[in-house]
Design a protein around this ligand. Sequence first.
Ligand code: WAQ
Ligand code: MG
Ligand code: MG
Ligand code: MG
Length: 259
Amino acid sequence: MGQSRLYSVRMRASEKESHENGGSHISGGELLSTYSELRMSVDTLLEKALNHSRGKPDFLQIQCEIVNQPIKLLNPLTVQTNVVNAVEEGQELARYLLEKTGVHKGIIEKTYKEIPEYPVRGAILIDIHTGERVDQRIDKGVRVSRMDWQTKNFEKWATSKSVPTNPRLKEALTLATKVCNHQSTIAELCWSDDPDYIMGYVASKNIGYHRITQLKDYDDERGCRIFFVDTLTDINTYMSYLEEQPILVQWEEEEDHDT
Ligand code: WAQ
Ligand code: MG
Ligand code: MG
Ligand code: MG
């Protein structure tokens, strides 16, 4: 896959209207594909949009475009699963882990108070010094794209780590690996907006990807994706890294000092 030219394939689906016309977000997806696999890749994202636990789309868009920049290969973050027995316990652990990554307690508390105000279809960026949102993308947020992890390599990794070969884990770990690879990212906090998925995570380059088995209740359609960022001299450069730098996660067993 690294040899031939790749296409970025992106999907977004919403209810009532398109996102820009005020429709509510159902689902999104992004992957990298060779030309010969484009039909299958589009079908994968179409399937995701048509059968989603948040509902049936009234607006659906799938876009393919050639990637011209060189692809960067990254090893996946190390993964740890933390079992908790209640949302409160999970959220307490998430705050504790965020502090371990270097975000101050006051900033974490301020961010948590403001989480309900962010119904976006991407991620929001929080400055770790001020606790202010810095992306200025209002209800859109920043959608990380141009990233993927070949299924075979992912499955080999998952088997070796004794974790499920869950496509959701693949997508989330790919995203977290890309985001945490940038030096301005201090940490990421995430849980799904899907009513049937309650697991979430805290990730950073230093602590790795910490899955937390429960960060919300079933049927709750409020998700969260926050990137805590430091010293962004140029926020546009950071956002274009997230949106445009092509990344393939590739697990190299020999280079994994965790096994
Ligand atoms: N870029 C930026 N933000 C995104 C992206 C993206 N590519 N994809 C999703 N989001 C944001 C958006 O606001 C969604 O509403 C929110 O994140 C949740 O997305 O088992 O499935 O795809 O280890 O529903 C985490 C645990 C699962 C996985 C997270 O999120 C595991 C998940 P979802
Ligand atoms: Mg989604
Ligand atoms: Mg997703
Ligand atoms: Mg979702």
